[in-house]
Design a protein around this ligand. Structure first.
Ligand code: AMP
Length: 217
């Protein structure tokens, strides 16, 4: 029998973690401590060959790209903003689902000739307006995008929307959907080759669980 390779999986706290842990449990990987409450950044699991590291969501691609982790789970929103990287993205986990949306103030007509758009998602926003041939000024923010149109910083925002409650609470309405977002499993290209059997087995097991979930949705 071929021995199992040691695998490190990068996860981040928050919505995606809550939905990733049940998927991992179904393939027999249960952390030794609850990552949501533990202060430890490296956690062993019920499977001796698999450990978890807990990093910031935007750092997941960096850890995986540079081999600090063999695999990671992160949102498509983060991956598309870091499009220069060459991570393998073998599986849509169909969790952490939301939409990347263009939104503006309710009851406000058209913005001016060169609207200002506030967003954390600069690359996706530029690509969206470039594809339409529309000139906009993109203003980079790191959070609370919904505030920008309310104080006149921007005409529109581009942000993630799940229930729509945050937009509504701030008098904003969705205008267009740029793309559907979900969490992806990403793999370090070197690990994909050197730890092929173990990585492929984990990806296949997770794919089966995701497919079974799709059946009950
Ligand atoms: P909601 O009020 O449910 O539409 O959620 C909107 C807020 O949650 C915004 O501040 C978004 O940036 C954030 N958000 C929504 N979905 C996600 C997600 N899947 N991952 C991270 N942040 C999200």
């Amino acid at each position: 029998m071929v021995s199992e390779s040691q695998l490190t999986l990068a996860l981040s706290k928050g919505r995606i973690l809550e939905e990733t842990l049940p998927l991992l449990a179904r393939v027999g990987i249960v952390p030794e401590e609850d990552p949501a409450s533990s202060r430890r950044l490296i956690l062993g699991t019920s499977r001796p060959s698999v450990r978890l590291i807990i990093v910031r969501p935007t750092d997941v691609p960096t850890y995986v790209l540079h081999g600090g982790a063999d695999l990671g789970v992160t949102g498509k929103d983060i991956l598309m903003e870091q499009s220069g990287s060459i991570l393998y993205e073998p599986l849509d986990l169909r969790i952490g689902r939301c939409r990347l949306v263009l939104a503006g103030r309710e009851g406000r007509g058209q913005a001016g000739a060169q609207p200002r758009v506030a967003t954390k998602y600069v690359a996706a926003t530029r690509a969206f307006f470039a594809a339409r041939g529309q000139q906009v000024d993109v203003i980079k923010l790191y959070g609370s995008m919904e505030l920008a149109p309310l104080v006149g910083l921007a005409d529109w925002i581009v942000d993630l929307v799940d229930t729509g409650n945050t937009l509504r609470a701030n008098g904003l309405v969705p205008l267009e959907t740029l793309m559907e977002i979900s969490a992806r499993l990403v793999v370090n290209p070197a690990s994909w080759k050197t730890k092929h059997a173990s990585v492929r087995a984990l990806v296949a097991a997770l794919a089966e669980v995701v497919e079974a979930e799709r059946g009950v949705q």
